[in-house]
Design a binder for this molecule. Structure first.
Ligand SMILES: [Zn+2]
Length: 276
């Protein structure tokens, strides 16, 4: 298996993987989507709520706030030595006590939550939770735990992940010499992959494989049949969008760790089977 990173920022990763079966590519996608544990608020005690929002709506909003996650320290409660009761190894508390002393309404933001672990805090401090009027008060006690998106989407480690085939376009421009249509493919390709700015011969843009989505419209419409669209076998372009709860290297390492655990589990269960 070969991996080449095309683009990497804090919130976006694009890479090409080759020598990989489609089943394995899909297994990687599904593990990253639903199996990697991250922190999210799961229990909320509302001691005072003068805001116009119901307690349940505030609790739901708190649950959806992405929290920075540390997989080295925290355990999933069901796997913790406390038996899931909640202890410093499997639970983080976030509290918020705000009274509006001003004469204007104020907004309570995710940054107003005080965490008992400075490493487990909202990814973005500017997510609005609720607006309160003057003299109103809100007191909240919330508990975040590790979970996976199999149980609830709030525990999703990435915002989106997809993969697609690696396009290969074979363009025989010698056929363009006799073409009377100048050049329908350059005009209609939705991704503008053919450059006809010189008005003589169309040229396939260099990095066409980055944007081509294999619609094959060029292949169908070219009057001279000069274009053949195909894709590379066992090569996929992955795109991952993250809300920064975990760095990408941790996500990828954890993915393969979980994958190997699953293979081991499968092998053990297979050996336990008694087939007559
Ligand atoms: Zn615990």
């Amino acid at each position: 298996m070969k991996l080449e990173v095309l683009e990497k920022t804090d919130s976006f990763l694009q890479f090409i993987v080759s020598d990989l079966s489609v089943e394995l590519a899909n297994a990687i996608r599904r593990i990253i989507f639903i199996e990697i544990p991250v922190m999210a608020i799961d229990e909320v005690i509302i001691l005072k709520n003068d805001s116009p929002l119901y307690d349940e709506i505030i609790a739901h909003r708190l649950g959806m706030i992405p929290l920075k996650t540390d997989l080295d320290i925290y355990k999933i409660p069901s796997e913790c030595s406390c038996g899931g009761y909640g202890c410093p190894l499997c639970q983080v508390s976030l509290t918020c006590e705000i009274t509006n002393d001003t004469n204007n309404p104020i907004v309570i933001y995710s940054g107003n939550l005080n965490s008992n672990d400075p490493n487990i805090v909202p990814v973005d401090p500017n997510i609005p939770i609720v607006k309160i009027n003057k003299n109103d008060k809100v007191i909240i006690e919330a508990y975040a735990i590790l979970g996976t998106a199999k149980d609830h989407v709030k525990w999703q480690a990435v915002s989106n992940i997809s993969y697609r085939f690696y396009p290969v376009i074979d363009f025989d421009d010698s056929k363009c010499a006799n073409c009377s249509d100048k050049c329908i493919v350059a005009r209609m390709c939705p991704k503008k992959l053919f450059d006809f700015s010189n008005k003589k011969a169309p040229q396939l843009v260099k990095d066409y494989w980055r944007t081509c989505d294999l619609c094959k419209a060029c292949e169908k419409e070219c009057p001279e049949k000069a274009i053949k669209v195909d894709w590379k076998d066992n090569t996929y372009m992955f795109s991952i969008e993250s809300d920064n709860v975990l760095p990408f290297d941790v996500i990828l390492n954890k993915t393969f760790e979980i994958f190997l655990e699953k293979i081991n589990e499968f092998t053990v269960k297979l050996e336990e089977l008694e087939i007559e």
